[in-house]
Design a protein around this ligand. Structure first.
Ligand code: SF4
Length: 224
């Protein structure tokens, strides 16, 4: 994809959804950090189900420490890998209390030092809470970057570096949301729904699926 095509790609996705948001539910920076840490290899819907009651009771790292690891596990036991995630959330809460005055730091360097927080999680927090132009490459963005030709790369870091270079203003801040939503609902992993994709003419994927498989209607919108 060339510069003009990338601009047009985001212009069209922005048209339908000018202010995209993460589908994770949270009320403050700490809750966002916890929700993203819990969402590794889990769906946002599954995380939200578990965190609704948790976040009513826990709004700060100190409250999480007061709840304790076993109390946290009770809330998140429906989420995959909940044992190790609970350990990490308690450990990161302790560091936030002891080293950051109970606040979530606003630099990638400090965030990735927290247990269970990788570059992708840090990028989501920096983008969604602190408004920074970061590109949090998850499975959907990795697939979309490669399929469309916008940001081809063998690893999420390669794709992130290409997006950093190629995504133009005014789309940089929200581009990762548009890509996640497009990947989740249209450019799905198993069968991309190219027949109803509004950026199909800009995409260089060679195996476009231009007809819905038999038995499916063109308006199906279930997430992958
Ligand atoms: S045309 Fe198909 S492969 Fe390309 S972005 Fe759209 S859904 Fe994905």
């Amino acid at each position: 994809m060339n510069k003009a095509q990338i601009f047009e790609f985001f212009r069209r996705l922005a048209e339908d959804n000018p202010a995209p948001q993460t589908e994770l539910e949270y009320g403050n920076a700490y809750q966002l950090l916890v929700a993203v840490a819990l969402s590794a290899q889990a769906t946002d819907v599954g995380v939200n189900k578990a965190t609704r009651a948790l976040f009513r009771a826990v709004e700060t790292p100190q409250a999480m420490l007061d709840l304790g690891e076993d109390g946290l596990k009770e809330h998140i036991k429906t989420i995959g890998l909940f044992n190790s995630k609970a350990k990490n959330v308690i450990a990161l809460s302790r560091i936030l209390v002891e080293e950051h005055g109970g606040e979530v730091p606003d630099t990638r360097e400090a965030l990735v030092k927290l247990p269970g927080v990788g570059r992708k999680t840090a990028n989501v927090v920096l983008n969604c809470w602190f408004g920074q132009e970061t590109f949090a490459v998850d499975t959907h963005i990795f697939r979309l970057g490669n399929r469309t030709g916008m940001a081809k790369g063998k690893t999420p870091d390669h794709v992130e570096a290409k997006l950093e270079k190629r995504v133009p203003q005014p789309f940089r801040r929200d581009s990762h949301h548009w890509m996640i939503l497009h990947g989740r609902y249209v450019c799905k992993a198993r069968t991309p729904e190219c027949w109803r994709c509004k950026v199909a003419d800009l995409c260089s994927f060679r195996k476009k699926v231009l007809e819905p498989p038999k038995g499916r209607t063109p308006l199906e919108t279930d997430a992958d």
